[in-house]
Design a protein around this ligand. Structure first.
Ligand code: TEU
Ligand code: CA
Length: 556
């Protein structure tokens, strides 16, 4: 297996709107990020993935870009960006940018031109189709944020495609000119000195030209998936991107590839390096739907074990994993996979950190995860800011499909806004995030859960994460070792070994609140304990594991 810096790195995701407000307007910004770089250095992360900071009308919080080479007014200026980049590099932290090129904003000048006339030179930058004979949309596809994926445009009597909101028209990647614009723009950022790209829904850039109807789902719309995910030319386009841009710089690249299978992942991120370094797979976070993606269930251990082990085993030596529990589109890890009740929040957050960080792949920490931040107790629809959550409530409840009582717990459990409440820095007003009015509410538990308190407490989740990161740098077996699931049928324990030459680690995590027994294999009876979330003197023989107990044993 090839060695690479991005295989040894730990990534921290910043959602700028919610990270730190530098000027008191209630919205996180670039100066705010720069002011907290010391904190990230203390944590020990190597890379920051910055969610979009480009010019945007914020229909989808920056994932709708109106100028790829300018900064969103609310986040500051290009000078602020350059300063942040410089200050990050000075601390040995690399910056990976979000690349959102499946679609632009409808306010991007390309689209403003494109919709003017059928003859406009930018017309073919987007995907336009004639109405059906009765005037209806060209096919039955539904958009990710509700409604049809087609929007009628009166000026030219045609529809344009938008897989997300109608303010996010899809770019036409079949047009060589579009690809050239995107590659030039990427080159411009690389020349500025950025260190890589996280590529938004990159698996969707190639559509089957015929665009047939998809199988009809709960909402009455057809699924575009079979004709837009891993479409006919996606690998050609990424190879071209690699050849024309990526291969010329020392970058880290990660594709957001909803719907990816192991086989597809090997194509996107094969060791041969013709496309991307790694991809995000979604199976372990998207398997729990009750109403579409909405659900109120905790993901069962048996599923996690089987699924994560599959990715660990099948990509081994072929492609590289990215490891994550949460991000800006997912609920908080400890609330979803752990237990956020006061008694268990810290131990279960540490257990989840152990389970993930000892696996093979590059770990991603979503802002606040290192503090064990929790989901937000939303009270009513008015508390939501996220376009997806608001539309979901309208489409499921206000339409009369489902009772409020049935849907509400699912929305609470999975809303993207759970991840988007401000980072809790201290116990002063607004958790120290802003002096103004925050754009989204601060979780009321900030008086207990905040960075300042955790930095003062050697047993905090923060220092546990710091140690996990440090261990990865000290023990090559954590980066490169071969994974093997242990105790496959145990109903409480997620255990596995990693092996690199004569080095072995044994990772033990009690996923549940119930106590349970484990027999430590004699091979590990004289082993060293690298990290643990409870104090325990001896790791030999039969142990009774406490709720959410986790530890890692090492020998060589
Ligand atoms: O998300 C892509 C994606 O696949 C979404 O459907 C995601 O699964 C959904 O938000 C979860 O319900 C990316 C970005 O991460 C997201 O923030 C954007 O809204 C979306 O693309 C459009 O750019
Ligand atoms: Ca601000």
């Amino acid at each position: 297996m090839n060695k690479a810096w991005w295989k040894e790195a730990v990534v921290y995701q910043i959602y700028p709107r919610s990270f730190m407000d530098g000027n008191g307007d209630g919205i996180g910004d670039l100066k705010g990020i720069t002011s907290r770089l010391d904190y990230l250095q203390t944590l020990g992360v190597d890379v920051v993935w910055l969610s979009p900071v480009y010019k945007s009308p914020n229909d989808d919080n920056g994932y709708d870009i109106s100028d790829y080479q300018d900064i969103m007014d609310e986040f500051g200026t290009m000078d602020d960006f350059d300063e942040m980049l410089r200050e990050a590099h000075r601390r040995g932290i690399r910056i990976v940018m979000d690349l959102v090129v499946n679609h632009t904003s409808d306010e991007h000048r390309w689209f403003v031109e494109s919709r003017k006339s059928r003859e406009n030179p930018y017309r073919d930058y987007y995907i336009w189709k004639n109405p059906k004979e009765d005037g209806s949309a060209p096919n039955n596809w539904g958009a990710c944020f509700g409604g049809s994926a087609w929007e009628y445009d009166e000026a030219t009597n045609m529809y344009y495609l938008h897989l997300f909101s109608k303010k996010q028209p899809d770019l036409n990647w079949e047009n060589a000119q579009v690809r050239k614009e995107v590659f030039d723009m990427m080159t411009w950022w690389c020349d500025k000195g950025i260190d890589g790209f996280r590529m938004d829904v990159i698996s969707m850039i190639s559509k089957t030209p015929e665009m047939p109807d998809g199988p009809v789902g709960d909402q009455g719309y057809g699924d575009f998936g079979p004709y837009s995910i891993h479409g006919p030319h996606v690998h050609d386009y990424l190879k071209e991107m690699n050849q024309k841009v990526l291969s010329k710089y020392d970058l880290m690249t990660v594709g957001e590839t909803a719907g990816v299978t192991v086989e597809e992942a090997k194509r996107y991120s094969g060791e041969d390096g013709h496309e991307l370094n790694m991809v995000f797979q979604f199976e372990h976070v998207e398997s729990d739907g009750k109403y579409g993606k909405w659900s109120d269930q905790r993901i069962p251990l048996s599923f996690l074990k089987e699924n994560l082990s599959k990715w660990q085993t099948e990509l081994y030596g072929n492609a590289w994993n990215s490891l994550y529990w949460d991000n800006h589109d997912q609920p908080r890890a400890v609330s979803r996979f752990g237990d956020d009740r006061a008694e268990y929040r810290e131990v279960s957050a540490k257990m989840l950190g152990t389970l993930l960080h000892m696996m093979q792949g590059t770990p991603y920490i979503y802002q606040g995860e290192e503090l064990g931040m929790t989901n937000y107790p939303f009270q009513s629809k008015a508390d939501f800011r996220d376009i997806e959550s608001i539309h979901a409530y309208e489409d499921w409840v206000e339409s009369g499909k489902v009772e409020h009582e049935d849907f509400w717990p699912c929305l609470l459990n999975k809303s993207r806004d759970n991840a988007r409440t401000p980072v809790q820095w201290d116990d002063t007003k607004n958790a120290g995030f802003t002096q103004g009015n925050p754009w989204i509410q601060v979780n009321p538990n900030y008086t207990d859960i905040n960075a300042k308190a955790e930095l003062e407490n050697p047993d905090s989740v923060f220092y546990y994460y710091q140690k996990l990161i440090k261990l990865r740098k000290e023990y090559p077996v954590i980066v490169y070792g071969k994974y093997e699931l242990q105790l496959a049928d145990d109903e409480n324990i997620f255990a596995y070994t990693r092996t690199l030459d004569d080095q072995r680690i044994f990772v033990v995590c009690n996923y549940n609140q119930s106590r349970c027994n484990i027999q430590i294999p004699s091979e590990f009876s004289k082993a060293e304990c690298l990290i643990a979330n409870y104090e325990r003197k001896c790791y030999e023989g039969t142990l009774e594991l406490k709720p959410y107990e986790a530890f890692v044993l090492y020998h060589k």
